[in-house]
Ligand binder design. Structure first.
Ligand code: GLN
Length: 488
């Protein structure tokens, strides 16, 4: 029986060579799900029978070497539409929603031969940093079940750390791929805005978000990036820039010689826990040992990123979420006797507290009289943040920083303090504002908590190839993490 479902790349080779059957690979992931899911609660639905049936059919037909993900089991964040499979977005308002179509990226994964094993838990409408805002269940961190997995793609990150599949897709509006990847000791990439089609993503902050891979290693991330990237006629913000062979690019670099890494003073001098500082500092020493040069760079407006991000994200959310009115799809309150009352009851009953808070603040910052003071100011700050990055990239090729100032915290610890949770985005939200790419990889385990610490590598627009190459060298040099406790 095939046991080693640790990396997509290794399994892909065995599948293509016919050394292992698709049904064996799927079965092994289902075994891991059986073992870990009762305590992790990472998945909102599991497509066990469909996946096994698909696997048997693929085995009958034999390997298709033209399909780069032939037989690879994947999980998808439940904010991404999947045809004939529930897509709840972690909300009661969509609890019974099953889309009639696939998001473009899901379509591409399927065309490449991937088998969709299930949908992963998230903060309701991807609003949050701990996955505790899910209206459906609370996901636990595979390294310590009393802690959060991070968010909002916490289900995907926990699921990957527990080897429930060989690859997962999350979304990142202000850090939601990189943060949970960092808390769970896995790899997560937020692509350049426009690199991956957003068609079929449940909209939250449309000008900020991108879908991207969450995997156990950088080469797996590269393999998925090659499949999901590219122009899409169904998304007018998607880029027509050609998609490089991201995986092939990894072979062209095996050290960091000549790479100039910028370390923003504003990030590294910020308050962070000593264990995060130590692990990230060690990662930078490792990068220098591999040939990189580190230089201090300036991001003078970095301190305003969280405020600008939350104004813009909430403004966009208030507009995007107007569609959940109980009329067209999703939950409808049946007790109301007239239309306005139906809207009010539907929205107040089926949307969670955080979502309602954001709709209210978002509506406020867009309202006449306050628009100039809040939304317009935030849009101007956004431009300044973008310019900061452009200037910094004149002195360096990539930028490195911690992902979150601390490691995974206890479930319930911050849930009543939204501001504390917002401040977690201090290192992540600025690249969403600037539309740039970033990748988070494990930097090691924190000396105090024993929990994973992530380091992120950020780059200019469409520098995914360089980011993946640099991350791959650094990942090799840092060495792998042990298995998380949920798997032992
Ligand atoms: N923590 C951020 C928020 O709550 C980011 C969420 C995300 O990236 N989806 O808005």
């Amino acid at each position: 029986m095939y046991k080693d479902t640790r990396t997509l790349i290794a399994t892909r080779r065995l599948l293509q060579d016919g050394q292992v059957k698709v049904s064996e690979v799927i079965q092994e992931c289902l075994n891991n799900i059986c073992k870990t899911e009762p305590t992790l609660k990472a998945l909102l639905n599991i497509q066990e029978e469909q996946a096994m049936e698909q696997a048997r059919e693929m085995d009958r037909q034999g390997p298709d070497t033209n399909k780069p993900l032939w037989g690879i089991p994947m999980t998808i964040k439940d904010a991404i539409c999947t045809r004939d499979m529930p897509t709840t977005c972690g909300s009661r308002i969509l609890a019974n929603f099953t889309p009639g179509y696939d998001a473009t990226l899901v379509h591409r994964l399927k065309e490449a031969g991937a088998v969709i094993l299930g949908k992963t838990n998230l903060d309701e409408f991807a609003m949050g940093s701990s996955t505790e805002n899910s209206a459906l269940q609370t996901t636990h961190n595979p390294w310590d079940l009393s802690r959060v997995p991070g968010g909002s793609s916490g289900g995907s990150a926990a699921s990957m750390a527990a080897l429930q599949s060989l690859g997962s897709i999350g979304t990142d509006t202000g850090g939601s791929i990189r943060q949970p990847a960092s808390f769970c000791g896995v790899v997560g990439m937020k692509p350049t805005y426009g690199r991956v089609s957003r068609y079929g993503l449940v909209a939250f902050g449309s000008s900020l978000e991108q879908a991207g891979p969450i995997t156990t290693c950088v080469p797996d991330c590269a393999a998925l990036m090659s499949v999901i990237s590219g122009h899409d006629l169904l998304d007018s913000t998607s880029s027509a820039a050609p998609v490089p062979d991201y995986l092939g690019a990894l072979e062209r670099r095996n050290d960091l010689k000549g790479l100039r890494i910028g370390l923003p003073a504003q990030y590294w001098e910020k308050k962070m826990s000593p264990e995060v500082y130590t692990a990230c500092n060690h990662a930078m020493q490792t990068a220098r040992d591999a040939g990189a040069e580190t230089v201090t760079v300036d991001l003078p407006h970095a301190g305003h990123a969280v405020a600008a991000y939350y104004i813009i994200a909430m403004a966009e959310a208030s507009s995007n979420l107007a569609r959940y009115d109980g009329v067209r799809y999703g939950y409808r309150d049946m007790e109301a006797t007239e239309l306005l009352d139906m809207y009010r009851r539907t929205r107040s009953r089926a949307l969670g507290e955080e979502v309602q808070r954001r709709i209210m603040i978002g509506t406020y910052v867009l309202s006449a009289g306050y628009y100039d003071a809040y939304f317009k100011k935030a849009a101007q700050v956004r431009r300044l943040i973008h310019q900061d990055f452009m200037r910094a990239f004149e002195d360096c090729d990539v930028i490195c920083s911690p992902v979150v100032p601390f490691t995974a915290f206890s479930i319930g610890e911050k849930v009543d303090d939204p501001l504390q949770l917002y401040l977690m985005d201090i290192f992540t939200s600025s690249i969403n504002l600037a539309g740039l790419p970033g990748i988070s990889i494990p930097a090691g385990l924190g000396g105090g908590s024993g929990m994973p610490v992530g380091i992120q590598i950020l780059g200019p627009a469409f520098s995914e190839e360089l980011l993946l190459q640099s991350a791959c060298v650094l990942e090799q040099a840092l060495g792998p993490l042990p298995l998380p406790t949920a798997l032992i």
